[in-house]
Design a protein around this ligand. Structure first.
Ligand SMILES: Nc1ncnc2c1ncn2[C@@H]1O[C@H](COP(=O)(O)OP(=O)(O)OP(=O)(O)O)[C@@H](O)[C@H]1O
Length: 275
């Protein structure tokens, strides 16, 4: 069965795209069939995989969402690109901004991405969605289509307020659209192990959210090697195979595969335990 995972955090620059690339390619290296979906109008995921001019692509996720909206027929491989590290990509670009506006006045506006994914998913073991850095209609669509969410959090910032909003959005999507939506976990990214501050953030996150949310054991270290990969259009495994970041993403890949994630809201979980 295909597992659809959304990488979401409305704060920008937290490592969503880098995680989509390296988790996706990590899973592909384990023999899984992977589709990466660039649901961010900035097209960073598309760019990071070596398609450096996302806005010049004639077919992108925006095209496919519009076709899904208007029920225009299309083939399951239409617009899908292939990256040489064995992942497929449905690219994203600036046209997604217009689609996001169009969605507001569309019937089933929250579930257009789900319709698209349902149509293409038979060929894949995992579909990873790189979300926009906002909680707008495109992110709601991603959450409505997903089985689970991974929340990358940049270790330099205490995520308190943003995290509450994101968790409220996840809870609302669960209640109203997608009851099966689970949170796989919070992933600490860009961790500078030379500082106590990073250790403090890790501690505070686990203390404040640990009973509600899993925080992945794997933490992604801060490294210039990771920042270099997008310009090269390749993964960290190809760019710096023996480095700390490659090791960390390989370990995250394992954690995601063995995932005994938090499958339901905490309240329900407690109710189950008292039965
Ligand atoms: N582990 C890391 N160490 C150092 N730099 C990193 C690391 N991971 C990502 N970066 C860099 O930090 C920046 C933000 O990362 P990324 O694009 O993955 O975040 P994002 O959450 O997808 O951002 P956006 O919200 O803009 O889509 C990029 O320049 C990226 O190359």
């Amino acid at each position: 069965m295909t597992k659809v995972i959304a990488l979401a955090n409305q704060k920008g620059g937290v490592g969503k795209t880098t995680t989509a690339v390296n988790l996706g390619i990590g899973l592909a290296a384990e023999g899984k069939k992977i589709l990466l979906l660039d649901a961010d109008a900035q097209g960073n995921l598309t760019d990071s995989l070596g398609f450096h001019e996302p806005d010049s692509l004639s077919v992108s996720l925006a095209t496919m969402l519009l076709k899904s909206m208007t029920e225009e027929p299309f083939g399951p491989k239409e617009g899908i690109l292939h990256h040489h590290e064995d992942v497929d990509l449905m690219p994203g670009n600036i046209e997604l901004s217009a689609v996001e506006v169009a969605l507001v006045n569309t019937m089933s506006r929250e579930t257009i991405m789900r319709s698209y994914i349902d149509f293409v998913k038979a060929d894949y073991d995992y579909i990873l969605i790189d979300c926009m850095p906002s909680l707008g209609m495109m992110t709601i669509n991603a959450l409505a289509a997903a089985d689970s969410v991974i929340i990358p959090v940049q270790a330099h910032y205490l995520p308190a307020k943003g995290m509450t909003q994101l968790l409220q959005t996840v809870a609302r999507v669960r209640r109203q659209i997608n009851p099966k939506l689970a949170i796989d976990g919070v992933l600490l990214t860009m961790v500078d192990n030379r500082t106590n501050f990073a250790k403090d953030i890790s501690f505070v996150l686990r203390r404040d959210y640990g009973d509600k949310l899993r925080v992945f054991n794997t933490e992604i270290p801060l490294s210039i090697r990771a920042a270099e990969t997008s310009a090269k259009g390749k993964s960290i495994y190809a760019h710096d195979p023996n480095g700390q970041v490659a090791k960390a993403y390989a370990s995250l890949t394992k954690e995601v595969q063995d995932n005994g994630s938090e499958r339901r809201p905490t309240r329900q979980h407690k109710a189950d335990q008292t039965r």
